[in-house]
Ligand binder design. Structure first.
Ligand code: AQP
Length: 321
């Protein structure tokens, strides 16, 4: 049986090298062996303070980037253009417990940083579960930070199936072997993030080569001069080694360096060369906005068709008429 794959990217900022190595590159590779669907999660971006015009622009930029990085062989669409996502989310909110939502690490971390916490920040893992379950996905390529949300999705699917009869496929997260958690270059103990990091510590996929070189050459390294992969004791150096391994395709153990300078130069070069084709394709696709709108509208229509059966089954199982 062909395996089904789904993943989504929140339109909360410009995509980063963390998003690329943690989820986009694995997603591209899965296309050869599975039926893949990828979405821009614009609804997830409403869970924190946002600017409407900026959200609209970022949603399109992100969709363009997903197509540019090679996912144009998959079904790509915008989450809010398929109403079944929010319809199924309510059925899953009605399956989830307040206690388990409150325990989500992302909720704890993000809510601690804000004065006015939107209710959707608490409940959005049910929407994420709906995104995944709607497509009856077997595998979810995601970075390490999303492990807990995929676990919750599995719990909700199992609970719903037990209470109302076999409806959902129970999915599994797949993480890349290296660079599953790319760290901020200036604070290598924090995750590289689109909305929550420093510009100096974050490599954005559309950064010009000179910016990438500068950010990597200034990356915080660890005390001592030894180059060794040890994320616990040497988080800065290990982050560079993981980025270099993921971009060059070489195993991390094979990367041998005498000092930090050469490691930084090679890492910067590898990142620039990895992003170059993606940036070129992004420029081409961006020059035809009408074509982009057509691709996304067709994607949303196909996604709505593909998910209608599952949505009907979930409604029937839970007792809606
Ligand atoms: N630093 C990272 N290293 C590896 N993978 C990462 N991902 C995110 N950051 C890293 C993976 O990228 C995919 C899309 O993530 P998302 O858009 O759902 O956002 P997120 O996980 O909440 O992380 P961000 O990019 O930092 O966004 P914001 O700023 O909105 O919180 C996921 O598979 C994620 O694991």
């Amino acid at each position: 049986m062909t395996k089904r794959v789904f993943s989504a990217f929140t339109a909360s900022g410009h995509l980063t090298l963390g998003n690329f190595l943690g989820a986009m590159l694995p997603a591209v590779r899965l296309q050869d062996e599975a039926d893949c669907v990828y979405a821009v999660a614009d609804l997830h971006a409403l869970t924190v303070k946002h600017d409407p015009a900026r959200l609209r622009a970022r949603t399109r930029e992100m969709a363009t980037m997903l197509l540019a990085c090679g996912l144009d062989r998959s079904l790509v669409y915008i989450q809010s253009q398929v109403p079944a996502h929010t319809a199924l989310a309510f059925l899953l909110e009605s399956t989830a417990y307040f206690g388990e939502m409150r325990r989500m690490i992302q909720f704890k971390e993000k809510s601690a940083k804000q004065e006015e916490v939107r209710l959707s920040l608490l409940t959005y893992p049910a929407l994420m579960a709906a995104d995944i379950l709607l497509h009856r996905a077997h595998f979810i390529p995601v970075g390490e930070d999303q492990r807990q949300h995929v676990e919750l999705t599995r719990d909700l699917a199992i609970r719903f199936n037990r209470l109302y009869g076999e409806t959902f496929t129970v999915p599994e997260a797949v993480h890349p072997p290296v660079a599953a958690r790319v760290m901020d270059l200036t604070v290598p103990t924090s995750k590289m993030s689109k909305s929550d990091g420093s510009a100096a510590g974050t490599i954005y996929l559309l950064d010009p080569p000179a910016d990438i070189h500068r950010k990597i050459m200034r990356a915080v390294t660890d005390t001592g001069t030894e180059v060794r992969y040890d994320p616990q004791d040497k988080p800065g150096v290990s982050n560079l080694l993981a980025m270099l391994a993921a971009c060059s395709g070489q195993p991390v153990e094979s990367l041998v360096y005498d000092g930090y300078g050469a490691l930084k130069r090679d890492t910067a070069e590898a990142v620039v060369e990895t992003l170059r084709p993606l940036q070129e394709r992004h420029a081409e696709l961006s020059s035809d906005q009408a074509e982009l709108s057509r691709i996304l509208a067709a994607g949303a229509e196909r996604a709505a068709d593909r998910t209608a059966g599952l949505m009907a089954a979930a409604r029937e199982a839970i007792g809606l008429s």
